[in-house]
Design a protein around this ligand. Structure first.
Ligand code: HEM
Length: 415
C-alpha cells in the first residue's frame, strides 16, 4: 500500500517513518519550526504537548464553541438569503465560520468574519503567503546560484509584509497567553501540559503553534464543507436523501449534537465521499528516502529521492474505486451494494497516516458533521448559480485549493 509505505511507521525493518522532505516543508524565515516543519525528534516533543488539545475530552468541551459559531452562521445565511433573492456565496460564509471557530480556539478571539461579512486582512495575507510558498519550494529544487538569484528578486515590501503577518499572529497568541483563563481552548491545553516534567515548548513555539492551527485547521475544513455541498447539489437525489434522513432522525435542532451525529451512518458516508472526490489537503506531501533504499508498492526507491502519494489522484483512480468519478456515498456503508465490494478503501487517507498525520482530524470530523447537518436541517438547497457551475473543475491547487465563489440558491426550511 503506497500510503503506508510512504507515510506510516515502517514496522517491518524498524527504520521508523521516512522524514519529511525539507525542500517541501519550508520554515518561515526568522521563525521557529512548527509541528509540520520540525524534524522527527522535535516533532515528537511538539506532538506530545499539542495532542492534549485534540483529545476526545477536549473536543467534547470545545463543542460549545462550534455550536455557538454554527448557530451564528445559520442566522447570517438566513439574512443573506433574504436580502439577495436566496443567493449566497457559500464558500465565503463557510470560510468565515471555520476561521472564527479556529481563531477563537487558537487566540481566544474570533476573526469577526461572521459579524462583519469580511475576511480579516491577516487571514488574507496568510493564505497568500501559503500560495507564495508553493513557488518558493519549487525554486528550492534548482541549483544554489539560481535559488539565491530568485530569492534576491523577492521585493523587500513583500518580505516586510510577511514578517508583519507573523508578528501579528505572535502578538495575538501572546495576548491569549497573558489572559489567565482555563477555557478549554488549544492554548489552555498546551500551557497546562507544558510543565509536566519533560522538555516543553518555548514561548515562540507556543505562538507558532497557534498560527499553525489557523493555517491547517480553518481553510481545510471550509474547503471540505463547500466541496461536499457542491457535490450534493450536483447529485440532487443524494442531497434529498441526506436532507430527509437528517430531518427525520433529528426532529429538533438541539438533537444535532456531536455524540448523535457521530453515529449517523449516512452523514458520515456522504462526508467520506466528499473527502474522496475533493480532498482538502490535495497537495503532494513529500517524504525523502535520505540515505536509504526504500520499498514502495513493491518497487525499490533509491536514496536521496523525494516520494509522495497524490491523494486526489488515488481517490479517482479506477484501479482503486468502482465508478470513480461518481458521488456515491453508499459505497462507504456497511451494506454497500456489491458492485463496490472491490473498492480499495485503505487508499482513502484524507488526513494522511502515521506519526505525522493530521493532529486535528477528530475536531475536523466534529466540525464537518455539525456544519453539514445544520445546513441541510435549516435550508432547502435549490441549485447552483450559473457563475458557479464546474466549481471544482475550475480551481487550481497552491498547497490548498484556491477556492472561487460558490453561489448557490437556498431557502430557509419550511415545515
Ligand atoms: C477536513 C479537514 C482537514 C484535513 C483534510 C486535514 C488534513 C491533514 C493532512 C493530510 C495532514 C498531513 C500533512 C503532511 O503530511 O504534511 C495534516 C496535518 C496537520 N493538521 Fe490537518 N486536516 C484537517 C483539519 C485540521 C484541523 C481542524 C486542525 C487543527 C485545528 C489541523 C491541524 C493539523 C496540524 C497541526 C497538522 C500537522 C501535524 C503533525 O505534523 O504532527 N488539521 N492535516
Amino acid at each position: 500500500m503506497i500510503a503506508l509505505d510512504v507515510y506510516a511507521l515502517k514496522q517491518s525493518n524498524q527504520n521508523g517513518n521516512l522524514p519529511k522532505d525539507p525542500k517541501f516543508y519550508v520554515r518561515a524565515p526568522g521563525s521557529p519550526d512548527t509541528i509540520s516543519s520540525a524534524n522527527d525528534a522535535d516533532h515528537r516533543r511538539l506532538r506530545r504537548l499539542q495532542a492534549h488539545a485534540f483529545s476526545e475530552k477536549a473536543i467534547m468541551l470545545q463543542e460549545k464553541y462550534l455550536r455557538y459559531y454554527t448557530d451564528k452562521f445559520v442566522g447570517r445565511l438566513r439574512d443573506e438569503a433574504l436580502h439577495h433573492n436566496g443567493v449566497v456565496d457559500l464558500a465565503k460564509w463557510v470560510n468565515f465560520l471555520t476561521t472564527d471557530v479556529i481563531g477563537d480556539l487558537s487566540f481566544g478571539e474570533s476573526f469577526g468574519g461572521l459579524a462583519t461579512g469580511k475576511l480579516h486582512p491577516w487571514l488574507d495575507t496568510l493564505f497568500t503567503t501559503l500560495k507564495t510558498f508553493t513557488f518558493i519550494r519549487e525554486i528550492l529544487r534548482l541549483p544554489l546560484p539560481i535559488i539565491n538569484a530568485a530569492l534576491a528578486c523577492i521585493p523587500r515590501a513583500m518580505k516586510d509584509h510577511q514578517k508583519g503577518a507573523v508578528a501579528f499572529g505572535a502578538e495575538s497568541a501572546r495576548r491569549r497567553i497573558a489572559r489567565k483563563t482555563d477555557r478549554p481552548d488549544f492554548m489552555s491545553y498546551m500551557m497546562k501540559h507544558n510543565d509536566d516534567g519533560k522538555k516543553g515548548m518555548s514561548q515562540a513555539e507556543l505562538e507558532m503553534a497557534a498560527i499553525t492551527f489557523i493555517v491547517a485547521g480553518s481553510e481545510t475544513t471550509a474547503t471540505m464543507i463547500s466541496g461536499t455541498m457542491y457535490l450534493l447539489l450536483r447529485n440532487p437525489t443524494v442531497l434529498s436523501q441526506l436532507t430527509q434522513k437528517i430531518r427525520s432522525d433529528f426532529p429538533t435542532r438541539s438533537d444535532l449534537t456531536g455524540v448523535n451525529l457521530q453515529q449517523h451512518k449516512y452523514l458520515n458516508s456522504v462526508l467520506k465521499e466528499g473527502l474522496r472526490l475533493y480532498p482538502p489537503a490535495p497537495d503532494t506531501l513529500f517524504r525523502t528516502t535520505n540515505e536509504r533504499n526504500v520499498m514502495v508498492a513493491g518497487k525499490l526507491v533509491p536514496p536521496q529521492t523525494s516520494i509522495t502519494m497524490n491523494l486526489w489522484a488515488a481517490g479517482q483512480d479506477p484501479i482503486n474505486f468502482h465508478r470513480p468519478l461518481e458521488f456515491v456515498p453508499e459505497r462507504w456503508m456497511e451494506d454497500a451494494p456489491s458492485e463496490f465490494q472491490n473498492d480499495d478503501k485503505a487508499v482513502f487517507r484524507p488526513f494522511s497516516v502515521g506519526p505525522r498525520d493530521c493532529i486535528g482530524k477528530n475536531l475536523a470530523w466534529a466540525e464537518m458533521r455539525l456544519i453539514l447537518a445544520q445546513l441541510v436541517w435549516n435550508f432547502d438547497f435549490l441549485g447552483i448559480e450559473h457563475d458557479s457551475r464546474l466549481w471544482i473543475e475550475r480551481q487550481k491547487i497552491f498547497s490548498l485549493w484556491e477556492k472561487i465563489p460558490l453561489n448557490v440558491c437556498i431557502a430557509p426550511r419550511r415545515d
